[in-house]
Design a protein around this ligand. Structure first.
Ligand code: ATP
Ligand code: MG
Length: 442
């Protein structure tokens, strides 16, 4: 059992430099005549002894004016979002801190963004998603370390329970449905029975359809970005929430098996290609839609308002993935240039998808595929020694044939047919010779 916490001690769980920075901010808050609090996830994680570097601060008073004061004093960069009465500070050492103004939110219509008005810290805590996130620690010197816990957040933390603050919570803001699953799975907490009932109720309506693309995307991708989202995905499926990606999404047994295989595929990939930056949520989205039609995938991309780059990463298409997988696991006797052609335009995320597919999890085939992928990644950086300019100096008229010749040359390079510049020149001459003979025949 976690004992009730003397919050001074709680803040000393932060790295020393952070703790003294918060103390200094507390002094500044007194100077500015406002009350200052550390709020939300960071308080929760301090109590749970989990690392969390997001120092979210909230000011009872004018948050933006306080942020200006801090920015002046510390030479920090300042971005102000007047509409939300929030600011973001960027300190010279790279630290970023969000400062908000305590506020009340009212929902004119379910699922849409609320109207925001300044309010007390108590009211601010009352608009939060779960009791464990409705905690604040005051930072002003006289009250430094005072814990505000009006909803029993600490007791729920001890009981490892997620609980909403009121019955209309999921309706006001259905993104909380995804947040609930995120915290439940991340922390290994249990949804308190009434909360689970409310969640299931809200999930069974079409409220989520009212969420804007960017808001749905934000929470969905955050869920998929968790360290191990496999169980969270199973929970989404169990609660019939995957239909909000697309109502005809095919979540087949094969897809489920592929989802399960993703963490291992990602781990291998990260170990083998540490320079490749993978957008893990995109891999999971690709897997989730891997047995759905291109039309379903396209609609899903639009619904989630994915960026052009994200869409491009995803848009390989099932037939190409299946063809590549079959060919690459059929035999080792595929030339490197053929592998390259099969995988042209495949994002790194799509290559991880290949690895996670059931066919590739059969041990013999997996070895084969991995060897192809290693060769492919190496070949992507190979260049020919000769360039267009060299072709010109060899007496060739510039034109579309340059692309053809350089392409052939590149194939020869990665297939090991040529290995030096001299061999490349011989190769080009020979190839041109063959073309001439062929032309003669016409
Ligand atoms: P994480 O560790 O994933 O960042 P977090 O609890 O810090 O989790 P954030 O999304 O960073 O979550 O939000 C910070 C705080 O803002 C939360 O702890 C919660 O109090 C509040 N909050 C965020 N989103 C909502 C929401 N949709 N409804 C109500 N309160 C929210
Ligand atoms: Mg956070």
């Amino acid at each position: 059992m976690m004992r009730p916490m003397v919050s001074n001690k709680l803040l000393s769980r932060l790295p020393r430099a952070r703790a003294s920075l918060l103390r200094a901010f507390g002094n500044l808050a007194d100077e500015g005549g406002v009350s200052l609090y550390l709020v939300g996830g960071v308080v929760r994680d301090l109590l749970l002894k989990r690392e969390n570097w997001d120092l979210d601060l909230t000011v009872e008073g004018d948050g933006i004016a306080f942020a200006r004061l801090v920015a002046d004093r510390y030479g920090a960069g300042l971005a102000v979002f007047e509409r939300f009465a929030t600011a973001r500070l960027a300190f010279p050492d790279g630290l970023k801190i969000d400062i908000a103004t305590t506020r009340r939110e009212s929902y004119a219509q379910p699922a849409l963004l609320p109207t925001v008005q300044p309010a007390s810290i108590e009211e601010d805590l009352s608009r939060r998603d779960f009791t464990i996130n409705a905690l604040a620690v005051q930072l002003n010197p006289q009250q430094f370390g005072r814990m505000l816990d009006p909803y029993g957040g600490q007791s729920d933390l001890r009981a490892r329970t997620l609980r909403v603050l009121h019955a209309g919570s999921f309706q006001d803001d259905p993104t909380r449905i995804f947040r609930a699953i995120r915290f439940e799975q991340r922390l290994g907490f249990r949804l308190e029975p009434a909360t689970l009932r409310l969640l299931a109720q809200a999930a069974s309506t079409n409220l989520i359809l009212r969420l804007s693309g960017p808001r749905l995307q934000n929470e969905f991708l955050l869920l998929l970005a968790e360290r191990d989202p496999v169980r969270a995905i199973a929970r989404l499926a169990q609660l019939k929430l995957l239909r909000f990606l697309h109502r005809r999404l095919c979540y087949t047994k094969n897809v489920q098996r592929t989802v399960t295989a993703v963490p291992k595929a990602l781990a291998w990939w990260a170990h083998r290609f540490p320079d490749s930056v993978i957008e893990r949520p995109i891999v999971y989205l690709m897997v989730l839609s891997s047995e759905s039609s291109p039309a379903v995938v396209a609609t899903m991309i639009r619904r989630l308002a994915l960026s052009r780059e994200q869409a491009k990463k995803m848009n390989i298409g099932r037939p190409r993935v299946d063809r590549a997988l079959k060919r690459l696991t059929d035999s080792w006797a595929v030339r490197h240039s053929q592998v390259f052609r099969l995988l042209t335009d495949f994002s790194d995320e799509a290559l991880v998808l290949l690895l996670a597919k059931p066919r590739s999890t059969q041990s013999g085939l997996r070895g084969l595929l991995k060897r192809h992928l290693v060769a492919h990644m190496k070949n992507r950086t190979v260049k020919t020694a000769l360039t267009g300019r060299d072709l010109q100096s060899m007496g060739l008229q510039p034109g579309p044939q340059y692309t053809t010749i350089l392409g052939k040359l590149w194939d020869a390079r990665i297939d090991g047919v040529v290995t030096t510049e001299a061999e490349e020149r011989v190769f080009v001459r020979k190839w041109l010779g063959k073309q001439d003979i062929r032309n003669d025949c016409y």
